[in-house]
Write a protein that binds this ligand. Structure first.
Ligand code: HEM
Length: 571
């Protein structure tokens, strides 16, 4: 029946229009899709889960995100639809690369066309003012330049070795702190994770700024994490209006509250790093030297190698702490999870370490005599890759793989979780089995460069030109953590753990698939004799240590200023 009053006419007209629009989409969308497929010699797009005509797979993706199991959803789609899957969530389309062969072809062989990042206005252009290597566009000359300098001053094999004294000191301090507890098994969950965070943040603050973080409760750890989180969260599809509708970026600044906040954050972070730079200059004037990233660049007067001068190097130092510290802490935490859940592996691993080092605290170089440690590292990064769904790249040209086409301008993800839990590649993929790698003695770099990709151990560091430049450093960090923790402690469920353990109780809050601070794990000193070994080792470490300035002084000098508008939270 046709409604009589005019309001209803409008309602009717609107409903009619909406219906007509939907019909149009229903008819036109498959046609457009067909047309898109016809481009370039009819190479079709990769398969997709069916989804809703308008919203695509949005509701399934959101439901999985809500229960922190997006990695399992994308893994299921990998098994159902194959090596490359196209997922549309509302207006956003992502391609997941799910097999070793597809990773090799898409990220490595086509790296000239697959190393771009999406345009992130909020994160890259505003929060980081185009100075953060992780978000920089591949055609921005700063990106290549920063990678070159990171390699020369921090992450090459020789520079990673130069960082070992910092790592050895901080990890010895961790063991010492733990063995000073009346009852180490009472230090579980968050308190233990906080200690691991202190030691990784302090290690990387020392390697980059030449300054350390002495206290577990130091606010600077939360503040650095918070600013890294703000950067990353703003890259998520739909996280902010300006990345959905880039035209809004053209508005005058007074109409863009988000940009004002983002730029305030950048200015605040810049002031934080410049204070460190000024201190380093004063220290150098007093004759102090340091073998860390920023002090070296400053003392060698290499600021001119950065387009934004030495301030860019200082800002980059903070970005490197952000990239290095949480991923390293999460790796150690996953290793502890595995040891708690696989006690037989733990016994074997401890005996492999102690049979070589005896009562002497292990050092990185021991890894050559303890091949099982390499197996443990490889299996930890396979079992729980810290960046499970990869950091997005975009394509700058159509890329073809096995009669599937990823169009130019697409967002692609290296689905490390799916590749590393493929039951064909790794039988019984959910089990922690270091023996899978018994015959693989390659370092991370050798494995990344394997000609035959089926021989690559795992994909936790990404692939192609944007591969994580920090893998030599990360390898040292995890190897030392593994050897020292096994040497000193038994890794056991905390007294309050709910048994049998259910990983769903403590996974996913921090990163998909990763155990978080709720994990009920604790450390039990293996013997009183070991307490004395640790005390002796830490005494020597203290004696050998050059005094470092703290990143933030106890009275708060050098701390981050508080932001009034938004806080993305701590760990
Ligand atoms: C276990 C530890 C680590 C893991 C699992 C890890 C993983 C990753 C991943 C997956 C990416 C993205 C790669 C891509 O886009 O394809 C990345 C990028 C990056 N990582 Fe790491 N990382 C770790 C440690 C480190 C360390 C120790 C450093 C520095 C010393 C570092 C510095 C960086 C930088 C600078 C980038 C950006 C590269 C670019 O966009 O060109 N990472 N990392």
């Amino acid at each position: 029946m046709i409604p009589k009053n005019t309001d209803n006419v409008f309602v009717f007209k609107d409903s009619f229009r909406a219906l007509a629009f939907l019909v149009l989409i229903a008819v036109v969308a498959p046609y457009l899709y067909h047309l898109q497929n016809k481009k370039q010699g009819q190479v079709p797009l990769p398969p997709s889960p069916p989804g809703n005509l308008v919203t695509g797979s949005l509701s399934e993706v959101l439901a999985a995100v809500k229960i922190k199991q997006q990695h399992l959803l994308f893994e299921r789609w990998a098994r159902e639809y194959g090596e490359i899957v196209r997922v549309r969530s509302g207006p956003f389309v992502q391609y997941f690369i799910n097999s070793d062969g597809a990773v090799k072809e898409v990220f490595d062989r086509n790296s000239a066309f697959t190393s771009q990042r999406p345009r992130w206005i909020a994160s890259n252009e505003q929060i980081c003012n185009r100075l953060n290597v992780l978000f920089l566009s591949a055609d921005d000359p700063k990106w290549k330049n920063q990678r070159k300098i990171i390699h020369s001053y921090l992450t090459s094999v020789s520079r990673a070795d130069a960082g070992l004294p910092f790592l050895h000191h901080e990890s010895a301090k961790f063991l010492y702190q733990m063995c000073q507890e009346q009852d180490t098994t009472e230090v579980g969950g968050w308190k233990l994770y906080k200690r691991i965070l202190r030691y990784t943040y302090s290690t990387f603050a020392s390697q980059t700024f030449g300054m350390d973080i002495p206290g577990d409760d130091d606010q600077v750890i939360t503040d650095i994490h918070e600013t890294g989180l703000a950067q990353i969260l703003q890259t998520l599809p739909g996280a902010n209006i300006v990345d959905v509708l880039p035209i809004l970026d053209k508005l005058p600044l007074f109409l863009k509250p988000w940009e004002r906040q983002n730029r305030q954050r950048f200015d605040r972070d810049m002031r934080f790093v410049k204070e460190k730079l000024e201190r380093l200059k004063r220290l150098r004037a007093r004759g102090s030297t340091s073998d860390a990233f920023l002090p070296l660049i400053e003392s060698e007067d290499k600021g001119s190698e950065f387009s934004a001068g030495i301030d860019e190097a200082a800002y980059l130092s903070l970005m490197l702490v952000i990239g290095a510290a949480d991923t390293s802490a999460l790796s150690t935490w996953s290793f502890m999870q595995a040891m708690m859940m696989y006690p037989d592996v733990q016994i074997k691993a401890r005996s492999a370490v102690i049979s070589v080092v005896g009562n002497r605290i292990p050092v990185f170089e021991d890894i050559d005599q303890i091949p099982y440690v390499r197996c443990l590292m490889k299996e930890t990064w396979r079992w729980r890759p810290p960046v499970a769904l990869g950091h997005p790249h975009t394509t700058t040209k159509d890329v073809i793989y096995k009669n599937m086409r990823i169009p130019a301008g697409s967002q692609i993800h290296l689905n490390a979780w799916a590749v590393q839990h493929d039951p064909v590649r790794y039988p019984d993929p959910n089990a922690f089995i270091p023996e899978r790698f018994t015959n693989d003695h390659t370092t991370t770099m050798q494995s990344i460069n394997a000609k035959d990709v089926s021989q690559r151990d795992h994909f936790a560091f990404g692939a192609g030109r944007r591969i994580c430049p920090g893998y030599h450093v990360a390898e040292r960090s995890l190897a030392v953590a593994i050897m020292r923790i096994l040497w000193a402690f038994e890794i056991v469920p905390s007294a309050d753990a709910k048994l049998p353990l259910n990983t769903l109780d403590f996974e996913g809050e921090a990163m998909p698939a990763m155990a978080d601070k709720r994990m009920p794990v604790s450390l039990r000193l293996i013997s009183e004799e070991r307490r004395r070994d640790i005390e002796r080792a830490f005494e020597i470490a203290l004696a050998e240590r050059k005094n470092l300035e703290p990143l933030v002084h106890e009275d708060g000098t050098g701390a981050f200023e508080k932001l009034s508008f938004v806080n993305f939270g701590g760990h």
